[in-house]
Design a protein around this ligand. Structure first.
Ligand SMILES: C[S@@+](CC[C@H](N)C(=O)[O-])C[C@H]1O[C@@H](n2cnc3c(N)ncnc32)[C@H](O)[C@@H]1O
Length: 273
């Protein structure tokens, strides 16, 4: 057991060292203390979702897309899932070296309920390596359109919960730019193209608005909040969606009118519900 107050009794010290949350000699410093706080902050949103699924079904599958070093999957597994035999975590990642490292670490820690797949998110939708239904989908800073693929994965797998912290998505911004004269030329909103930061942020915000409407159209109740204290990244929007109904017609109509009025119709497939 660790004597460091921030470390929970059930946590693996070896894992925290591997994730550079503890130093090699098992100590915590100011930087790593902040990192641990951030990880717990995200964990506190996901723990009740995992508990809900386990209570309801007695089992749980979770897929983490664009997993990178899989630190999210590892932390969730270590803190909550490792003593629950009917829980399974999949990490989906395109970089073979990161997949190999995660496979190796899970083996060393005896985390049998984890697998790591060298696939794109898009490939994972139809891959036999994943089950036909997955309960919780996470995608933390999955690059560019990988977040959109994670949403399509979640819809295809009838997920109960989806947790997204999107990265920058360049596609919407590119189409907005292409059509800017047509869409905004005669309106004061052409000011959005004066400063690149505003253009980029507008593209990101709009992308997330379209994603939220897509999820609502498919029956998810969506909460958007801020990942407070996530100082390492400017991208700190947290989207949590819970499947509650068959779908909302009003959300479809809103999405459709945004696509039409902003001349983004070529992206309809990307945000299809
Ligand atoms: C910014 S990192 C985030 C990693 C991790 N989720 C985290 O928050 O620490 C994005 C990861 O997504 C992976 N990635 C990018 N595009 C992907 C795709 N289409 N399918 C699967 N993984 C992808 C990258 O290789 C990278 O490891």
């Amino acid at each position: 057991m660790s004597l460091i107050p921030e470390i929970k009794p059930q946590q693996s010290v070896e894992l925290l060292k591997e994730l550079h949350i503890l130093t090699r000699d098992g100590k915590i410093n100011q930087d790593t203390r902040r990192k641990l706080k951030q990880v717990y902050h995200l964990y506190q949103f996901i723990e009740p979702l995992m508990a809900d699924v386990l209570t309801e079904k007695g089992s749980l599958t979770l897929a983490d897309h664009g997993a990178g070093k899989s630190y999210l999957g590892f932390i969730l597994y270590d803190l909550f899932l490792k003593d629950k035999p009917a829980a399974y975590v999949y990490g989906v990642e395109t970089r073979q070296d990161l997949v190999d490292k995660s496979v190796d670490l899970a083996k060393r820690l005896g985390f049998d309920g984890m697998s790591f797949l060298n696939l794109t998110v898009e490939q994972s939708i139809t891959s036999d390596a994943l089950p036909p239904q997955v309960d919780i989908i996470t995608a933390l800073h999955a690059c560019n359109t990988a977040t959109d693929d994670a949403i399509r994965f979640a819809l295809a797998k009838d997920a109960k919960y989806i947790v997204l912290v999107p990265c920058c998505q360049a596609e919407v911004a590119a189409v907005l730019r292409q059509k800017k004269n047509e869409t905004f030329g005669k309106t004061p909103l052409s000011e959005l193209w004066r400063h690149p930061i505003h253009t980029r942020e507008f593209g990101s915000q709009l992308t997330n608005v379209l994603r939220c409407l897509q999820l609502e159209a498919r029956g998810y109740q969506v909460t958007v909040t801020e990942l407070v204290g996530w100082e390492h990244s400017m991208k700190n929007e947290l989207i949590i969606a819970k499947k509650t109904s068959k779908g909302k017609k009003a959300a479809r109509e809103r999405q459709e009118s945004i696509l039409r009025e902003l001349n983004l119709e070529e992206l309809r497939e990307r945000f299809a519900y």
